[in-house]
Design a protein around this ligand. Structure first.
Ligand code: FES
Length: 348
């Protein structure tokens, strides 16, 4: 019997409707499931029925606040957040250094489907009222998570996305957004959610650079004459950085900005701070896109690497083994979006 369970979640495959018994005492030799070892302790297993068929991450450290599922609490245990070992650093010394191609967006395609790109003004389409580019989509191998950029220097026309919620991040600039006739202020590092079918327009007071995530699938933004509904409550849709909502993950920090509380059904948006360090290779069950706000570093996959810095966009397929190393003394500041929704603290 293990004296202490591993400080990592276990990836398991569950069948919808089937009941499972999760070990809560930590003594089971069949982690994360119960094998009866709790007898004689004051613990009992948690019996649960799987809601969906498929892979999920069950807690093994027994510190989760949402048993039986991992909620990332393991990261804050001693040795819970794993940095790259000397052996791992040695083993990746021969990784191919993939430079930007020099083609559209200067794409660096890494092994396994992850990539980094550097948006450039010349690559943007001019729509008259704004300039835009599709940065992450099926054309460069993204499965479901699509990301656009908008440069907005004047009041825009009304637009709508009929297929998906849209999650915006104001990377720089300031102004306002109107959603179906209700207006809210936007400023740098604000997130905003526009629900599927809602009309929106931007009213910048200074040029705004905005990253937009749409998922699943890309679809199209359509211009419309005016919104059919005039007024809705949108206060919860706009989320700003708030030190009170900062969560720690060892010596890293993150804050969820737009998620289901702000109306986004499929996407979680967060802002993160990474100190100078290199995490051990890890995976997530979700696709992830990252916009680097400040700092520089190296995106690693097994066998390949590329340098990244402020203004770059990164894409990580679901289950892609990777590490984002921070090489800046001042750390990396980034905005991430996850599809399906999840927590940036949950990895395996
Ligand atoms: S393994 Fe326990 S919270 Fe992640």
């Amino acid at each position: 019997m293990p004296a202490a369970p591993p400080n990592k979640p276990k990836l398991v495959s569950l069948e919808a409707g089937r009941k499972y018994a999760w070990c809560s005492c930590g003594q089971s030799a069949a982690q994360p499931f119960c094998d009866g070892s709790h007898k004689g302790t004051d613990k009992t297993p948690i019996v649960f029925a799987a809601k969906h068929s498929g892979e999920t991450l069950l807690c093994q450290c027994k510190e989760t606040k949402s048993p039986p599922y991992c909620d990332g609490s393991h990261n804050n245990l001693d040795d819970g957040y794993e940095l790259a070992s000397i052996e791992e650093i040695e083993a990746t010394k021969g990784a191919e250094d993939v430079a930007r191609t020099g083609g559209k967006f200067g794409l660096s395609m890494l092994y396994g489907g992850a990539f980094a790109l550097t948006p450039a003004p010349d690559d943007r389409c001019d729509d008259g009222d704004l300039q835009w580019a599709a940065l992450i989509n099926a054309a460069n191998g993204a499965a479901n998570l699509h990301v656009f950029e908008f440069t907005i220097g004047q009041e825009t026309e009304w637009r709508v996305h009929d297929e998906c919620d849209v999650v915006f991040f104001v990377a720089s600039g300031a102004g306002a957004i109107e959603i179906n006739g209700s207006r809210a202020c936007l400023f740098s590092e604000t997130g905003a959610c526009v629900k599927r079918g809602e009309a929106f327009r931007f009213l910048p007071s200074e040029t705004m650079y905005v990253i937009a995530a749409v998922s699943p699938g890309g679809g199209a933004f359509k211009k419309i004459a005016r919104p059919s509904k005039t007024s809705i409550a949108i206060n919860d849709r706009i989320v700003a950085v708030d030190p009170a909502n900062r969560k720690s993950m060892a010596d890293r920090f993150y804050q969820e900005l737009v998620d289901h509380h702000a109306g986004a059904e499929n996407i979680t948006q967060f802002i993160g701070e990474v100190p100078k360090s290199r995490a051990a290779f890890h995976r997530h069950l979700y696709e992830e896109a990252i916009y680097i706000i400040s700092g520089s570093g190296i995106l690693w996959t097994r066998g390949s690497r590329t340098n990244v810095s402020a203004g770059d966009i990164l894409y990580l397929p679901a289950r892609q083994e990777h590490s984002l190393e921070c090489t800046s003394d001042d750390g990396l500041r980034l905005m991430g979006v996850l599809y399906p929704s999840g927590s940036p603290a949950i990895n395996y």
